[in-house]
Design a binder for this molecule. Sequence first.
Ligand code: SF4
Length: 195
Amino acid sequence: MVSDVNIWLERLASLHKCQLRKAAVEEGIQLVHLEILHYLSISNKYSNTAQAMSEYLGQSKGSMSQSLKYIEEAGHIERRRCKKDGRMQRIYLTPEGRACYQRMEQSLLPVLPGDEKTVHTLKALLMNWQERNSLKGFGQCKSCQYSQALGGGKFRCDLTGEALLQSDIQKICYEHVFAGNHVVRIENTGQSLPE
Ligand code: SF4
């Protein structure tokens, strides 16, 4: 039997998809192209690769490659070789791609009010679903086991050893692993990452 949670989640998901499709049609692009532009606008510096996008959007490698080629030729994205790993290419929105996305953004999901309890419930649902399907990734630093607050508004990723800016910790990350209690414990400072 389908639970009430499933019913409402499915309705939210279908409404979101309809809105995305409508916005893409108005801009003269396909839904998957809009999804890629959206992903690039919310993902962090470790997550802007074709592989991460394929996993996030559930696309095969071949389909993703075709879609990226199309929006690259349309001038919406550009690829640059990764400065740390020359074998890897990273993908960025161009000014044209950002402008295109911002035009469509007006018709997408409104900014939803979310209190701490609602966000916690949604995260718990996601964590449970991902665990059951042996999936991981695509969360914000504030719920990741690798996040460390250093005090003074500074943060570090213990996986990469790199400093994180406030703007980084709001985005989603391919490498994200839920901290045990969804709330990052801050050693020696008694602080939590800001929600
Ligand atoms: S702390 Fe976690 S979510 Fe944040 S950058 Fe590091 S691995 Fe990614």
